[in-house]
Design a protein around this ligand. Sequence first.
Ligand code: EPS
Length: 363
Amino acid sequence: MSNSFGRVLTVTTFGESHGPAIGCVIDGFPPGFEITAEEIRDELMRRATGQSRWTSQRKEAEDVQILSGMFEGKTTGTPIALLIYNTDARSKDYTKIAAQFRPGHADYTYHHKYGIRDYRGGGRSSARETTMRVAAGALARKYLKLHYGVEIVGWLGQLGELVCDESFDAAVINDNPFFCPDEKRVPDLEEYMKALWKSGDSVGALVRARATGVPVGIGAPVYAKLDGDLAAAMMSINATKGVEIGAGFASVAHKGTEHRDEITPEGFLSNHAGGILGGIASGQPVELSVAFKPTSSLRLPGRTVDTEGKPVEIITTGRHDPCVGIRAVPIVEAMLALTLLDHILLHRAQCGDVPAQTPRVTG
Ligand code: EPS
């Protein structure tokens, strides 16, 4: 089925945006690991709506409950079930468009696929679902850091036409509501977003992420490539339209002599590969970028059809993100953490006792 993610460490999410609750079951997580609901909630609040004026104003408590898989504060190795009640759904916002398809939205395809659709808040296709990815990602992220020294950082690379990371300071990313790594750029982003709100339009964004300290050798060839799994993980997030690993599409214009990351005993001399060679981690930072499309719920009228196929003009009211890519930063980080931990566990199973005979280069 299509609601589960991962090979050894699996996450199954359930729930709809306007249903009573959302949740997930994490299976295969290593036992004996300490984590609290508060730590998970801290991660959730980075992604949550209503935290700044630049995102949807829905106010959810994100009061995550750990229902199973933990005893005396530690994971037990059994399925970890997490649950969050939805407390601020406003379904009447959707009554007018219940029988219409927002252009650019999954409304149309869900309707044709299933013949029935929970139109309230986009139902299962809502970005609300990503809450549980971030919840599961909080466990993976903490484990990766404590057991392997892996550090994950995500940031906004571009919002519309505004490039945000010409200057990069990781320390400021969490100090502004855009996850922007250049604090001098924040006023420009505010101006841009103000104008966007006023116009009623939405815009796309580019999210970048990097994981350092990734153990060399994790990943797998051919059908379980680390980059393949990362691409699938990122493309499974709502509104994604593209993923690049390392130099990505810029590789097209590279010469081989430029693109290859030359190796010296002191380290690699570049990282166009984004830390992955042949689907297997090189030990260099894993680097990727994800393109998010503009939100399709717009108050500006657009042409569409209704469920009878008749032409109608659609206007979407309610609380929507004018740039869903902003809140996507913690989601990209979570999917990166989950994919890396899944591959570490997979690697431990098959190759955990392979002796390292060659010195490992870093950089
Ligand atoms: C969303 C539309 C809005 C957002 C929602 C994602 O839903 P609603 O109209 O119910 O407020 O608020 O985001 C969340 C609830 C969330 O937690 O991310 C959409 O269409 O994807």
